[in-house]
Write a protein that binds this ligand. Structure first.
Ligand SMILES: [Zn+2]
Length: 78
């Protein structure tokens, strides 16, 4: 009986997790488009390729310039 309850709860929490993670990636996609409407461009050397660090900081692949962090704002979380 306990096993049945766990199986019933599992898909629900998985769906909630998927919705949350896809919503967050949509937020970052939106913020990226706001910051770089033509795609990534380094403010220092105009290079078009970047690395994305674990903390969502965009680092130029040519000069390693820190091009900033995309931060979720409160109105996007509502
Ligand atoms: Zn650069």
């Amino acid at each position: 009986m306990n096993k049945f309850i766990i199986m019933e709860d599992f898909p629900k929490s998985e769906i909630e997790f998927d919705q949350k993670s896809s919503y967050e990636s949509a937020c970052y996609q939106y913020l990226f488009t706001m910051k770089w409407p033509q795609g990534f461009i380094c403010v220092k050397c105009n290079y078009h390729y970047c690395w994305l660090s674990k903390r969502n900081i965009y680092i130029c692949q040519r000069c390693q310039h820190n091009n900033g962090q995309l931060k979720k704002t409160s109105h996007l979380l509502v």
